[in-house]
Design a protein around this ligand. Sequence first.
Ligand SMILES: C[S@@+](CC[C@H](N)C(=O)[O-])C[C@H]1O[C@@H](n2cnc3c(N)ncnc32)[C@H](O)[C@@H]1O
Ligand code: SF4
Length: 441
Amino acid sequence: MISERLLSTAVRSTQARYFARTPRSVESLPGPEPGKQYLLYAHVPFCERLCPYCSFNRFPFSEETARKYFGSLREQMRMVARLGYEFGALYVGGGTPTILVDELCATIDLARELFGELEVSTETNPNHLIPEVLEPLKDRVQRMSVGVQSFDDDLLKQMDRYDKYGSGAEILERIRLVEGFFHSLNVDMIFNFPSQTEAVLRRDVEMVKASRCNQTTFYPLMASSAVEKSLRSTVGMVDYDREARYYKILVDELADTFELSTAWTFSRTGGGMIDEYIVDYEEYVGIGSGAFSYLGGDIYLTTFSLRDYSAAIAEGRMPVAVGSADNGLGNRMRYRFLMDLFGLRLDKKKFEEDFGVSVERGLWKEMLFFRTFGGFATGTDEELTLTERGRYLTVVMQRSMFAHLNSLRDTARNALAPDERRLLFGDGAAGCEAGGHDESA
Ligand SMILES: C[S@@+](CC[C@H](N)C(=O)[O-])C[C@H]1O[C@@H](n2cnc3c(N)ncnc32)[C@H](O)[C@@H]1O
Ligand code: SF4
């Protein structure tokens, strides 16, 4: 549809100006600004199997490499504490953070020692929903998220997840056993796989309901240039023209059991709203190889090289680069507009207080666009909320922003030494060569 095409082109061109072509290395992340709330994000870039669609920083798992890495991650956490940061929440993402549960526990425990009581979220894969992994995390983690993608066995086979992470029936069984274990259990799904028919999508929604999870996130399938080839040869080419129709099916089919808490996250009705952190906290510090930070209007990117990461941390440096070209008022307002609307409500008073200009005047083009295409449900003096159409437009905006983050990732990957690049784009077999990356080098 024309509105989506216009919007993703507009977002792409404004963001193209925001993101730097070549990230600029700096010595360290900046310190905190007084009175601001921050989230701490820690990245664990190891997986037992590499999925062909995934453009996050992830390497085939090798125990030796991963143990050294966790040590460096905790050292970087201490460096961030020395900068004076305080945090109310920790999100450990991946990759697969539960790959070495003792190391994950030590990392969470250190975060509590350094920053006090924290609300902790982490991510896992279905094969880790077993007592040996879950028991040690029970009192350490409040929000658990498990990546499922689809319950359809054919799709799971196309994604190369079936053998390692289990069949649809096994995954469902495992999730049901976790009920009540954590404050919240989120199930990550992907919609708009090329071979996903409407019937398969509807069945996926039914299985999510049957899983008894209290939150689900349905990401639209996103293709970055780094994974385009592997996507094409496994799940096929992404058809964005179908996306709006599939999104509507999701929203309609989930409506009797879940309510929206962001444009693509759904919380079980009556279970209390469980927001996405990224919406609760505007700014965050990312630690670990491949992690992003958003601080003072700038994006920072930590090296994708495990070798460079460990070497820099051992020398007491943070291997980070600034990935944004312009952190001026316009871009900061656009970022707020996107994140607030993605969280379904823009607070106009807070916008004016923070930027010294009303959203109508500061972002008149964006406002005109949303009004023209019927995006706003309410537009009072206090707030902007969205129609169903407006929610889908924010999905398009968010997907376009992810595309830019992915191109930053692609630039960072291109800078890797050949042995590390081979690991990222090789056959993804666990253990292959990963131990061979010489961290002392
Ligand atoms: C990066 S993974 C990390 C957690 C865990 N390893 C997993 O597979 O869920 C988090 C989620 O990102 C989503 N994701 C990854 N690549 C994606 C892509 N190309 N398009 C849409 N969603 C994607 C998947 O739903 C996945 O569950
Ligand atoms: S398990 Fe797959 S989707 Fe999850 S981080 Fe690893 S490669 Fe990406």
